[in-house]
Write a protein that binds this ligand. Sequence first.
Ligand code: ATP
Length: 554
Amino acid sequence: MSTIAVELAGITKRFPGVVANHDIDLAVRKGTVHALVGENGAGKSTLMKILYGMQKPDEGTITVDGEQVVFNSPADAIARGIGMVHQHFMLADNLTVLENVVLGSEKLHGIGGGARRRINEISDRYGLGVRPDVLVEDLGVADRQRVEILKVLYRGARTLILDEPTAVLVPQEVDALFRNLRELKAEGLSVIFISHKLGEVLSVADDITVIRRGTTVGTAVPSETTPRQLAELMVGSELPTPETAESTVTDKPVIQVRGLTVHAGGGAASDRLTEPAGAAASAGPGLPAGDTAGADGTRRVLDDITFTIHAGEVLGIAGVEGNGQSELIAALIGLKRADSGSITFLGQDVTGWSTRRLRELGIGYIPEDRQRQGLLLESPLWENRILGHVTERPNAKGFWLDPKGAQEDTRRIVEEFDVRTPGIDVTAASLSGGNQQKLIVGREMSHDPKFLIAAHPTRGVDVGAQAQIWDRIREARRAGLAVLLISADLDELIGLSDTLRVIYNGRLVADADPATITAQELGSAMTGAVSGHLEHVEESTDNATDAAAEDEAR
Ligand SMILES: Nc1ncnc2c1ncn2[C@@H]1O[C@H](COP(=O)(O)OP(=O)(O)OP(=O)(O)O)[C@@H](O)[C@H]1O
């Protein structure tokens, strides 16, 4: 019997103007975690889409369990024991775990007792702790991920592809995921793990394949490799750190938020950047149980949020996803109306202003979900350059759009932010994930915002591009930019922030000192346990009130 679970040999895949994969070889041993690393646009996702039957290679072969196979669809790949857990979870919120798992696979074990038994069996076997009858909307990010893993195991996967699975997890959750992966290995299953976090790669992988510009440049043995060496192999540069040495915080308030409260389901405006507030009403995403109830009985997804960010200051908000961050961002950029409270920008009350007006005032926005909120996927890059900045230079001259100006400036962004693309006329959808992110960051930084809302600004970007984005944010901060930073990357959050606060159940519950707190401690604070490095909210509310009084006095 073969000890190789999956082998890809001589894989080549061409797109117009790009060779995404060029003669790539990858052999995944049974019972191992095999990491796939490489800079943005290196060709990792394309290779995995080929293995999962989503794309057909132009050349090369796929061998599973010693037998050569041809996949025409994911169904073919699943039938041969290949499973994929995507970065964006694909679960239906309003269904139970059981319903989500059996959906589309009713033939395997039915939809009743048999299915429930099988789910419990898999969950116990791999230590996943998944319960079949809970609603998916009541689950946090880490649990949802475990449901996705269980779903592919239920379909008989023996090789699991995990695409940047740790990007959304806090350190404790990463540890738990890695324990699950060890259980899978112990049962002889294999995992292909794509990640830009090189420390994690070295701690969990048995084998590492590095690809660069579409081709295999080498393999690394984790026990004999340092993160720095791996970074050099990948991008030819050293590993950056996000640390911000000197403080640039001034006493000039840029954004002042006072008592901001938003109830569930109320005041939603729109997802898109370009539309005015008040377009449509839809329920906000679910929150963990135990949310505070408003006076009228509805849940408060944001509860009495108060803070000030000064020119030259980065305020980092730490929290497990789903604790009000999305609503806070939406309220600040005019996509959600506040039920009470106020937002003041450079001394002007902007509460209830539309997204367009806020952007024109100088608020930049790097959204959480780049594909849904930050890009028009089927439009060319240069049209995406215009998105959210329709009336501004270089996209417009007076009342008229200036396509030439936008196109020229898109070329500049592509160059300056190292967006890997054959040209500015290709669609945003054809860029790799990290390159889409670089385009958005480039666009937003190009308008010299005075206040930047940055949600996961380096999610999915490689270590080289990450350093570049950090540099740009620091440079603008020196020049007086105020930043609200939300990030699941706790090293980034601690390293870039001047001030750190923890959000939990829609409230700012604690302050942390970025100079002394560790990622581990911050992770504990986010999940509820409070360590000695944190100040409780009572004190910080006083501080905030003092700050407000000072601001007013000025
Ligand atoms: N459908 C497509 N049409 C055209 N070009 C594509 C398409 N899919 C991928 N590409 C191109 O293929 C190359 C490899 O992209 P891929 O998404 O595989 O990179 P990646 O290594 O996964 O990057 P990242 O780390 O940013 O996710 C890129 O240059 C990308 O623009």
